[in-house]
Design a protein around this ligand. Sequence first.
Ligand code: 5GP
Length: 205
Amino acid sequence: MKIERRGVILVICAPSGTGKSTLIKRLMKEYSNIAFSVSCTTRKPRAGEVDGKDYHFLDKDEFLRRRDAGFFAEWANVHDNFYGTPKQATLDFLEQGRDLLFDIDVQGANQLRQNLAQGAYIFIVPPSKKVLVERLVGRATDAPEVIARRLDNARAELNEARHFDYIIVNDVLELAYYDLRAIYLAERTKRESLPGVLDRLLAEW
Ligand code: 5GP
């Protein structure tokens, strides 16, 4: 039978400290049809991170070997570590009609856009620089020089936000979540996402 619904692709980017992970977790908890694109990375696992669920953790040689073999739909060097999206897993999920969510950086998003025709590109921003600084300092997990570098990166990333389809300002988390959910639901009801429905109905006439 022809698949009625085509999987939605959500590509979500944000400077660190903007609440991206919280928003993504909540959306995936509410909608079980959304699969998370598990990236490969050379970064070391953080406490609580699970290999194969949060990331596929690889050493640098293995990452570069896979990169050179064309294993990735996109890859980038972020904060001195390599990150990449496995191509085949992406295609498999889409073929199953699953919705797929990518949590990647702006360089990766730009590459992905060239390789995948569909997708909603969403950029999450803080309400102000002041608030972002407060959030990064408040997390107290990073050294001051790491925070300074993240802020520097944030400017470059914000500059790229102009290429995205949607901007969510995360001031009040609850409202930012409603925005994200609204985007997801709108994408699901796009005509291109429902090719089989019209065909089936027309066949009844
Ligand atoms: P973290 O190390 O904090 O998990 O992620 C650091 C940054 O790398 C985040 O902005 C995250 O979105 C990005 N990232 C994670 N996976 C990928 C990936 O597969 N490709 C790219 N280009 N960026 C990624």
